[in-house]
Write a protein that binds this ligand. Structure first.
Ligand SMILES: *Cc1c(COP(=O)(O)O)cnc(C)c1O
Length: 427
């Protein structure tokens, strides 16, 4: 399947039915699997044979879909998780432990920011945030002896900054650690971070991959290119015996291509259990089958809406990397030549009061905290997700009270623009 183009992989990678088998991925709705002898099952527990024994660790439906996502990203292996939050936690915690340190772009999803700065801090894992636009020197200065990973988002949610993936990858590699990139917003259709040097890619499949607002989920993809053994002292979990698995050394037994995901499945999924249900994996695959068709339309609508807003007298500014006015325009041309995504944010000149009137008058775009599905939605963070903050705190967080985030769906762009125009008119 690897020789095919990405559109073909969206439709067909991951699952190749045999003679007389179901054409569509079967939903294996079974918690457990039956064996003839204890010996047969024992081999699975020892990781000596491939197969399934309990759906908390692995399930065939999930594995078909994970294999498709691995193929789309150009990775060596992948796994599904119950959510994007779980994917980012697993990707980091698979190589970090109490006493480790992470370098992260400061421009990331709020949930991930909390995960890193609050919850992982309680586990004794420290983080240093750097601007996604920092210089190479500033980036180098953020590393410590105990740094184990670098983290960033290709297109950040909600700030819509674009990560200089090559720069972050080179810095990570200079310091002997992997770069983990959350590629949720562009999806592999618009950017494949591994091609730019990223080592691990994560997804909230809840967004464009599912694409229909139907199932919460996540994925972790390993490039198979990071040489754990070359930095053995930093990654004892991968490079020294795992006593909970009969002394297996993951990096030796499964090599660069398999060690990361095998450890992540057999330790973290076993112990933390953030598994995706086979039903959700099936729905996710339906989304993936049309991802390449949908992304082009999300981008087309996002670009048209951004251009409309950019020229509107009641709009102060627009964030969208497809606009020549955007500070990320050049970087986006390099990393996102086919466009980024359908999410656009803009500030209304009239501030909070204008935003309230605008939101009230929307007819087609729904008010939701969600982004990145087929139906257009809008959010005013100051009156919803960020409502505990006062005006000054909002400004400091880069979320002024008049900011509106629009996730352009798959509707006709003329209808979307007409809806926004009439709501702007009402201000
Ligand atoms: C939504 C989102 C997440 C979290 O994913 P969930 O599926 O909601 O847990 C992580 N990263 C990014 C970039 C997101 O947009």
């Amino acid at each position: 399947m690897n020789d095919y183009r990405i559109d073909t992989k969206c439709v067909q990678a991951g699952y190749r039915p045999g003679n007389g088998e179901p054409r569509q991925i079967p939903i294996i709705q079974s918690t457990t699997f039956k064996y003839d002898t204890s010996e047969d099952m024992g081999k699975l527990f020892d990781l000596e044979a491939e197969g399934y024994f309990y759906s908390r660790l692995q399930n065939p439906t999930n594995d078909y879909v994970a294999a498709k996502i691995a193929a789309l990203e150009g990775g060596s292996a992948a796994m599904l998780t119950s959510s994007g939050q779980a994917a980012n936690f697993f990707a980091l915690f698979n190589i970090c432990e109490c006493g480790s340190h992470i370098v992260s772009s400061s421009s990331i999803y709020g949930g991930t920011f909390n995960l890193l700065s609050v919850t992982m801090a309680k586990m004794g894992i420290q983080v240093t945030f750097v601007s996604p636009d920092c210089t190479e020197q500033e980036l180098d200065a953020a590393f410590q002896e105990n740094t184990r990973a670098v983290f960033g988002e290709t297109i950040a949610n909600p700030a819509l900054t674009v990560l200089d993936i090559e720069k972050f990858a080179q810095a990570a590699h200079r310091h002997g650690v992997p770069l983990i990139v959350d590629n949720t917003f562009p999806t592999p259709v618009n950017c494949r971070p591994i091609e730019w040097g990223a080592d691990i890619v994560t997804h909230s499949t809840t967004k464009y991959m599912d694409g229909h607002g139907a199932a919460v989920g996540g994925a972790v993809v390993d490039s198979g290119r990071f040489d754990w053994m070359a930095h053995k002292e930093k990654f004892p979990g991968l490079c020294t015996p795992d006593e909970s698995y009969h002394g297996i050394i993951y990096a030796e037994k499964f090599g660069m291509g398999g060690a990361f995901i095998t450890k992540c499945t057999s330790q973290l999924m076993r112990d933390l259990g953030c598994v995706q249900s086979p039903q959700s994996a099936f729905l996710l695959n339906l989304g993936l089958e049309s991802l390449h068709v949908r992304m082009a339309r999300h981008v087309e609508n996002g670009q048209a809406v951004a251009e409309f807003l950019q020229s509107h007298p009641k709009v102060a500014y627009v964030n969208y990397s497809g606009l020549p006015e955007s500070p990320y325009y050049e970087r986006a041309k390099k990393y996102l030549p086919q466009g980024g995504c359908g999410v656009v944010s803009f500030e209304l000149k009239g501030g909070r009061a204008a935003a309230e009137v605008f939101m009230e008058h929307l007819k087609l775009a729904a008010i939701e905290t969600h982004v990145a599905d087929a139906r257009t939605c809008c959010l005013n963070p100051a009156t919803s997700t960020h409502r505990q903050m006062n005006e000054e705190q909002l400004a400091a967080a880069g979320v002024p009270a008049g900011l509106v985030r629009t996730s352009c769906g798959l509707e006709d762009k003329a209808d979307l623009i007409a809806d926004l125009a009439q709501a702007l008119e009402a201000i």
